[in-house]
Every structure is written in structure tokens, then in C-alpha cells.
Design a protein around this ligand. Structure first.
Ligand code: ATP
Length: 652
């Protein structure tokens, strides 16, 4: 399988491993012959599931638990019935880039923060300053889900990446801006279709569900129409054009033909339009003409009543039927006063007395329970409509998939346009060539961000060693390169004036993290783990970003570890990964610990001293810096002068 298993993850899985294994062994696998004994069952399952792979076992165990909780497919069954698993199929994600969890936090790909509003504190977080937050201009939840998935799973599949970039390029053209906003306004109406479909299968659909489903389907039809008018050479447009047709049109037209939204909202239940069902039409017509007819009946009833009774009316109460309603007279005090000859007293409601008479009985017999009949009939039609929609619901899954992709790409268009990103070019040459690269997030934090180039490649040197005073911009630069390459691997435009990206099969980092508490490992141990992963797994096409490796231990040990690691890669010569490394170990260069090599390139950043003041230009240049300017940086950070002075005295 094309994946690298993170040792930290395996370690953290060990407590749940036996539970997951047990869950798998006791699963309801209907594909297994029923006459198998327990040992035979284990043997059979182990031929399908690699029990020696902790990640696989825990993932499958988690999936089975999820299915059991949601009771998918057996919602209405007894709770003792387990979800039947019909088959197990292996699915290998071949093209995705191995990325470790650290990467997402150190490069600020995702950053959830507690919500600042006090009343929302308990209800989860919000996205902070992160790449996801920056790119997520999605209009619907499906776009947001797709964007999240793409960020979690960058890919090497160039065909897929080019297809995404083609869509972005199309919408980036100024003359396509109107099309962009038209599609975006339709995307807003695509709602939670799977939830509505689930309610349909449970026959628990509300009027609002019908409205939302219709709006979603109608908007999808409009998007389909728009995509049909766009160049079909763009893969996504042609896929949408062919998918958003037949069944989708059918669902949209059948809902609009059958459902009477106005009446449904008024009646708070599913109502159908006229001319859908003659029986319902007939009953509704009778119900409409009923009020005049009932007034006439009431007039006749009044003629037969005591003269003291000034008025009466005929009312209809669902499930009870027609009743004669009379205003209670002051003389009618006790129940016996309510009795009237020829009428059966039914009940008192407010100040009105209700009776059943010969005429109301006749009305019941002739007109029947009109309301209930209509309701029953309409409910039956709703079930038929639901069945028709569910039979064709596969197209709605396609809608969600393609809408998610389109929305995520349009969101990328918005940020690319707003922040001046460019389309990256993918090349088969082993090269990373970025001109005027910018850190996509840091640009918002520093007044004027200084763009810098990156050139790592076949003829260019593959190991960049960055030195420079503290705070000169080394870490920001490393992250900037990592983020630009990462953005290219999700099919986004990138913050640069030009970017040529060769094959990249993984991004390894040794960057500052705040995870030592949660992992139970020391900071130095985390550093070592991260570098070990890079040493053990990186290939010629991997990008490695190392920021100040070795500083977490005694200087000599740290320096020697760093030098040994670099020597390991220098020996690989042109097969060496793309490496960007920043260090404050100036003795690495002063003591000439590293061998002379054409693949090593020393770079630093421009800065100068204005009197005692340290000024950073953040501009990358060739060369080495042999001073840290730590004392001046400490002064800028507000350290007391006497401490800084004493530090300088000790140094010399
Ligand atoms: N290209 C740039 N343009 C503008 N400002 C920048 C740039 N790069 C870095 N900075 C600013 O400089 C600050 C320090 O940068 P950074 O953390 O990269 O320094 P450093 O060299 O890694 O420092 P240290 O060696 O102490 O870790 C950043 O927080 C940012 O405000």
C-alpha cells in the first residue's frame, strides 16, 4: 500500500487495537457461510483483513462502530440486529501525498479556535487564520467538505490537478466573471440533500424538506444548463453537463408539477396541485362549495329550533364530522338545560353547544370525512412521489459530488483573484522554481511582505542551507515554500508571480510544533522523530523543510547530529530530496564540517545596522551569515538592558 505509517499514530492506537480487533471478529458479516465455526471465521476474515496492520484494523473497527451507531440500513430494526456487512472491498488511495499530522498545524493548513462569543464558547470553534480559512469562500457545505478533503489529501495525480486548474483558469478570465457569480448564486441553494433523502426513506418528510429539495434540484438544473453552455473541453463542465440531465430534470419537474407549495405552507402539510388526482380535485371542490351549502342547512335547522335561539351554524370537525353549533343562552346553566328535543348533545366548547342532528348525520353520510379523505389521498400521493424520487436518487449523489468540486474551485478562484495568485505549471523535471513567492498567510500579518524566489532543481543545488540573524525571515521562508508546493498539489493557484513544480511525492517537515504535551514526547524527541521520518522515507522527489534541527540538546551533540544528517543526503548527490534547512549553528559553516558539494547552496537574508538598530530587509541572497545578532533582537523584544549587557560580557 502506498502510505507511510506514522509511528506516533501506531503508538497512540495500541490501547484501542484489541477492541477494534474484537469488533471486527464479532461483526455481522453476511458474506461468510453461516456454518463456520469461530476459529474458521477468524481464519476466513484474516485472509481478507490484514490483522498485522494496526492502522487498517483500527480504521475498520472505527468504521464498524460508526455503522453500528448510525444503524445504517437497519434504522427500523430491533436494536439487537447488527448492521449486516455485505462485502469488504479494499480501496487504495494511490496518488495521494503522504502528509503527517504535524504538517497541518505547523503550516497552518487548518486552525480551529474557540469562538470569541461567550454564548458560543461551548458550541465548538471557528476557523482561525489558516489556509483553509483563506481559501474557503464556498457557498454550500458540499464545497466546504470537498475543500477540506482536498487540503487533507493533496494528490500527485497530474491529470486531476490540471483538470482543477483548468476550471480555475476559465473562471479567472474577466469576461467569465458574470458566469462565476451566476453559478455562485445557484450554489447557495444546494442544501442537505442526503438528509432529506434519509427522511424520505423513513417517510418523515416535512413541508420545508420538499421546499429545500426542490430549490436544490432546481438550482442544480440551472447549474447544469450553465455548464452546458461552457467549453466542454473542461472536464468538470462536460461531466456536469452529462450528469445533470435526465433524472435530475425529471425530479425537478415532477416536484414542481405535483407539490402545491403555497397550500402546503398554509396547511402545514403536503398538498398537491389541482389536476394531479381527480378524486382529490373533486373532494376539494366539494369542500370549497360547502360553506354556502352549510349556511343553507343551518338556516333550515334554525327554523325547527326554539325561538329563543337567535342563530346557529353547522361546523365540521375532522374525525367527528358535521355538528350543529348553538350559542349558549343565559338560561342554560346545568347539563340538563343543554338537552334539546330531536338533537343529541355532544359537547360544550367555550360558550357554544354542539349537537348532532338528523341533518348533520345525513351530511356525514353524504359528504363523509372530506378533510381526512383529502389528507389521506395526498399522503398516499406523497409516498408515491417519494418512491419515484428515491428510485432516481443516484443522480443526487452525483449532484453533491460535482457541486462540491465546482464550489471548492470557485472558492479558489475568489481567493486567487483577490490575492493575485498564479497558475502553477507542473513539469516532469525534478525542479521547484518559484518566482516572487509569498507566504499566503504572513502577507496579512506584516505591513509589507517581501517576496522571495526559490530555485531547487536538477542543475541547481538541491540542498539550501539558510543562515541569518534571528528574526531575519528564515522560518517564514521555509513555510512559504512548503505552502506554495502544497497549494500546487491540491490544484490551487499559488501566491507567486511564477511557479514551476516538478514531481513531488511527499512533504516532510521539522518545524516548530506545540504538540509535546499532547504526544507525551519531549520537544527534542519530536524533532528527532520528524527528521527520522524524512531520512527513512524521503525520495528524490520529496520536499524536506528543516528549521533549526538539533537546537533542543547540547550544542555539540545537536550540531553533530545535524551535520551527520546533512552528510547522509549530500552523499545521495543528484538523488537527494529537495531540502530547505535553516540553522543558527554558524559553526557548521565556520568549522567546515560539511564536505564541499555542488548540491549544497548557502543562502541568507539582507539586513543592516542603522546605528544600534537592526533593520531586516527579508530579501533572500546568496551567502552565509556568521552572526546571530541575538543581543539586538533581545533588545527589540524588550529584554532589560543590564541582562543583555551581561550576556554580551559573558560571550566575550
Ligand atoms: N518576507 C518577509 N516580508 C516581511 N516580513 C517578514 C518576511 N519574512 C519574515 N518576516 C517578519 O519577520 C518575522 C520573523 O520571521 P522568522 O520567524 O521567519 O525569522 P527567523 O529568521 O526564523 O527567526 P529565528 O531564527 O529567531 O527563528 C516574522 O514574524 C515576520 O513578521
Amino acid at each position: 500500500m502506498d502510505c507511510i505509517i506514522d509511528p506516533d499514530i501506531v503508538l497512540s492506537l495500541s490501547p484501542v487495537l484489541p477492541i477494534c480487533k474484537q469488533r471486527i471478529l464479532s461483526g455481522n458479516f453476511s458474506f461468510l457461510p453461516s456454518n463456520l465455526t469461530e476459529p474458521e471465521k477468524i481464519l476466513h476474515l484474516s485472509s481478507i483483513i490484514p490483522f498485522d496492520c494496526p492502522l487498517m484494523v483500527c480504521t475498520l473497527g472505527g468504521l464498524l462502530k460508526f455503522l453500528d451507531r448510525r444503524r445504517i440500513g437497519i434504522e427500523l430494526e430491533d436494536s439487537s440486529v447488527g448492521v449486516p456487512v455485505l462485502s469488504i472491498k479494499k480501496y487504495v488511495i494511490t496518488q495521494s501525498l503522504p502528509i503527517f499530522l504535524f504538517f497541518f498545524s505547523v503550516l497552518h493548513i487548518f486552525k480551529s479556535e474557540a469562538h470569541p462569543s461567550v454564548y458560543k464558547m461551548c458550541s465548538g470553534g471557528k476557523e482561525g487564520l489558516s489556509l483553509f480559512g483563506l481559501l474557503n469562500r464556498c457557498q454550500c457545505r458540499w464545497g466546504e467538505n470537498t475543500m477540506r478533503l482536498w487540503l487533507m489529501r493533496p494528490t500527485r495525480n497530474q491529470e486531476e490537478l490540471t483538470a482543477r486548474l483548468d476550471v480555475i483558469e476559465f473562471f479567472m478570465a474577466p469576461h467569465n466573471q458574470e458566469t462565476t457569480s451566476n453559478i455562485q448564486s445557484c450554489l447557495k441553494y444546494i442544501k442537505n440533500i442526503p438528509l432529506i433523502l434519509k427522511r424520505m426513506t423513513l417517510s418523515n418528510t416535512k413541508v420545508s424538506d420538499w421546499q429545500l429539495l426542490y430549490k436544490s434540484v432546481y438550482s442544480a438544473v440551472c447549474i447544469g444548463e450553465i455548464c452546458r453552455s461552457l467549453p466542454q473541453t473542461v472536464t468538470l463542465f462536460s461531466r456536469i453537463s452529462s450528469a445533470f440531465s435526465g433524472d435530475l430534470h425529471y425530479i425537478a419537474s415532477i416536484i414542481s408539477k405535483v407539490v402545491d407549495f403555497e397550500e402546503s405552507l398554509r396547511e402545514k402539510r403536503f398538498c398537491i396541485k389541482p389536476q394531479i388526482d381527480p378524486t382529490v380535485d373533486d373532494k376539494k371542490r366539494r369542500l370549497q362549495g360547502l360553506s354556502d351549502f352549510l349556511t343553507e342547512v343551518a338556516r333550515k335547522e334554525l327554523e325547527t329550533l326554539d325561538v329563543q335561539i337567535p342563530s346557529c351554524c353547522i361546523v365540521y370537525i375532522p374525525l367527528i364530522g358535521f355538528l350543529l353549533s348553538i350559542k349558549r343562552l343565559p338560561s342554560m346553566q346545568d347539563k340538563k338545560d343543554f338537552e334539546i328535543d330531536g338533537l343529541d348533545f355532544m359537547f360544550l366548547s367555550g360558550d357554544r353547544l354542539h349537537y348532532r342532528s338528523a341533518r348533520t348525520r345525513e351530511l356525514d353520510a353524504v359528504l363523509g370525512d372530506l378533510h381526512c379523505d383529502i389528507r389521506d389521498h395526498e399522503t398516499m400521493i406523497m409516498h408515491q412521489l417519494q418512491t419515484l424520487i428515491l428510485e432516481r436518487s443516484a443522480v443526487l449523489q452525483d449532484v453533491i459530488d460535482y457541486i462540491g468540486q465546482l464550489d471548492a474551485l470557485l472558492a479558489m478562484v475568489v481567493s486567487a483573484r483577490e490575492y493575485g495568485y498564479v497558475r502553477p505549471c507542473y513539469t516532469s523535471n525534478s525542479i521547484i522554481n518559484i518566482k516572487e513567492g509569498r507566504h499566503p498567510l504572513m502577507v496579512f500579518c506584516s505591513g509589507t511582505f517581501v517576496p522571495n524566489p526559490t530555485m531547487i532543481g536538477e542543475k541547481e543545488r538541491r540542498i539550501k542551507i539558510l543562515t541569518g540573524p534571528n528574526s531575519c525571515g528564515k522560518s517564514v521562508y521555509l513555510k512559504q515554500v512548503g505552502l506554495i508546493v502544497f497549494m500546487a498539489m491540491i490544484g490551487s493557484y499559488v501566491p507567486a508571480s511564477y511557479a514551476e513544480i516538478g514531481p513531488v511525492d511527499g512533504i516532510f517537515t521539522r518545524l516548530q510544533t506545540r504538540e509535546s504535551v499532547s504526544l507525551g514526547l519531549s520537544t527534542f524527541m519530536i524533532d528527532l522523530n520528524q527528521v527520522a521520518r524524512a531520512v527513512n522515507n524521503a525520495t528524490r522527489s520529496s520536499l524536506i523543510l528543516i528549521d533549526e534541527f538539533g537546537k533542543g540538546t547540547n550544542t555539540v551533540d545537536g550540531l553533530s547530529l545535524l551535520a551527520a544528517t546533512l552528510r547522509h543526503w549530500i552523499k545521495q548527490d543528484s538523488s537527494c530530496p529537495y531540502i530547505l534547512l535553516s540553522t543558527n549553528f554558524h559553526s557548521l559553516i565556520q568549522l567546515k564540517i560539511l564536505p564541499e558539494s555542488p548540491i549544497v547552496h548557502y543562502q541568507t537574508f539582507e539586513w543592516c545596522l542603522d546605528g544600534e538598530e537592526l533593520i531586516f530587509f527579508y530579501q533572500l541572497k546568496d551567502g552565509v551569515s556568521e552572526v546571530s545578532q541575538a543581543a539586538r533582537v533581545a533588545s527589540m523584544a524588550g529584554m532589560p538592558e543590564e541582562i543583555i549587557k551581561r550576556g554580551v560580557e559573558v560571550k566575550y
